[in-house]
Design a protein around this ligand. Structure first.
Ligand code: GDP
Ligand code: IMO
Ligand code: MG
Length: 429
């Protein structure tokens, strides 16, 4: 069997969590391959809203295995809180959650470093979620990191202290009080002791060599879906650097983040919103700083699932979408949230950019590092509710036209259409 992939084609928050939950019945295993608690994946099940940060979005299906892969970085305190919230909802993840021994640990001091780095950048800040993502992946790459597999070793506390002391020296040089804020508003010592007690609690869960488990499952014919976090335009290599996250969010990240060879990749579901949003700093060519942007934010409830920050909103950007489709080898497009634009008279769609007087229809290094003017095609809105629509054949003609326009530009069919946050508000072609 091959492993299918589901990931975001924009700047994150496309609605990945919802679609993973909808597709989970088709799979045996759901596996997160990168990112950490910077992610916030929302699932709405029978009107009840759940936000997952580290746990894969298949967790509400008790007969499916969920894996936190080696490419994911985990804050034990945040993971334990997520698990506690699931327990309240009657989900005992001890039965179907497995964690890679190779996944790296986010230390309390990683979070402090994140805050200190952002403070030092001032107006140039990345707009990080402040969950310690950059500093943790930095330590992984620099080979200082601690992994879940280390928690049972006799010298774990010593290794923790050595890394913490290293961080404290860096924090000292940044001239930022290391004992202040950003740790769930707790004093450092309190947070640190909760961090250690969370690790003790997590020892009830199963830690595995996830690469062995996953490859064996594929050989046995099990169906696996890899769940991405963030979005392709936040990828460390191909996103709008430096305003990106610190991992490979694209399909290539599945190979290193789960330990599967490229030849094992099957279908790739690319999820995008019918418009664009972005949280944090960085270029956003089609951003709307006017009433229309405000309307998208209000109607789309565009506030961060992790930080609550208002998301920046704008029109759909086709050069960026085509770029993401190319990088990921998308086979199936999934369009979300068209319902947010139900009342719009007209809808703009960016087909190219004007940069220094030249028209460019690709996303390039230059289009991300210069001021660009988006060039738009204006389309008529459908001006009607999409409530209860259950197949592509009965969509308003203007929405069908919008879909066809995108399909022609990207040269792929849109196979899944989401018209609301609920599981049942989804149309499959
Ligand atoms: P993720 O990070 O990609 O999983 O996306 P988020 O959960 O951060 O953000 C997506 C938001 O849109 C959530 O609040 C979802 O409940 C909501 N949502 C998902 N699909 C739809 C849709 O088709 N229409 C509307 N109106 N909301 C949706
Ligand atoms: P999901 O999985 C949207 C953004 C942050 C910031 C940049 C770097 O829910 O789609 P980081 O904390 O990684 O150092 O932040 O990336 N960002 C996200 N934006 N959705 C996310 O995840 C994000 N994860 C990180 O806002 O601009
Ligand atoms: Mg999100």
């Amino acid at each position: 069997m091959k492993i299918d992939v589901l990931l975001g084609l924009q700047w994150g928050d496309e609605g990945k969590g919802k679609i993973v939950d909808v597709l989970t019945p088709r799979y045996d295993i759901i596996a997160r391959f990168q990112g950490g608690p910077n992610a916030g994946h929302t699932l709405e099940i029978e009107g009840d809203r759940h936000v997952l940060h580290t746990i894969p979005s298949g967790i509400f299906h008790s007969d499916k295995i969920n894996i936190i892969g080696n490419g994911v970085i985990v804050d034990p305190f945040i993971l334990k809180n997520e698990l506690d919230k699931l327990k309240v909802k009657g989900v005992d993840a001890r039965l179907n959650l497995k964690i890679s021994k190779r996944s790296h640990l986010i230390l309390p001091t990683h979070r402090m470093l994140d805050a200190a780095n952002e403070a030092a950048l001032g107006k140039e800040k990345i707009g990080s979620t402040l969950k310690g993502i950059g500093p943790c992946y930095t330590d992984k790459t620099a080979r200082y990191g601690l992994r879940f597999g280390d928690i049972h070793s006799a010298d774990f506390a010593d290794r923790y202290n050595a890394l913490k002391n290293r961080h404290m020296r860096i924090l000292g040089s940044l001239n930022i009080d290391p004992y202040s804020k950003e740790l769930e508003k707790m004093p450092f010592e309190v947070y640190e002791s909760l961090w250690f007690s969370s690790i003790e609690e997590l020892k009830q869960y199963e830690f595995i060599d996830s690469e062995l488990y996953i490859n064996k499952a594929l050989a046995e014919g099990k169906r696996i879906l890899a769940e991405g976090a963030q979005g392709s335009l936040l990828d460390i290599d191909f996103g709008s650097y430096p305003f990106v996250t610190s991992s490979n969010t694209i399909t290539a990240g599945v190979c290193s983040g789960l330990g599967v060879p490229p030849s094992s990749i099957g279908n790739v579901y690319g999820v995008f919103k019918a418009y664009c949003t972005r949280v944090g700093s960085g270029p956003f060519p089609t951003e709307l700083s006017d009433e229309t942007g405000e309307e998208l934010r209000k109607k789309g409830n565009e506030y961060g699932s992790t930080t609550g920050r208002p998301r920046r909103c704008g029109w759909l950007d086709l050069p960026a979408l085509k770029y993401a489709v190319m990088l990921n080898g998308v086979t199936d497009l999934v369009m979300m949230k068209a319902d947010v634009m139900n009342e719009f008279d007209n809808i703009n769609i960016c087909t190219s950019y004007e940069v220094n007087g030249n028209e460019i229809s690709d996303l390039t290094f230059e289009t991300l590092s210069n001021p660009v003017k988006p060039l738009y095609t204006v389309m008529e809105g459908w001006k009607s509710s999409l409530e209860g629509l259950s197949n592509f054949g009965i969509l308003p003609s203007q929405l069908s036209g919008y879909i066809r326009f995108i399909e022609n530009a990207v040269k792929l069919p849109i196979g899944i259409l989401s018209l609301g946050p609920g599981r049942d508000q989804t149309i499959l072609r």
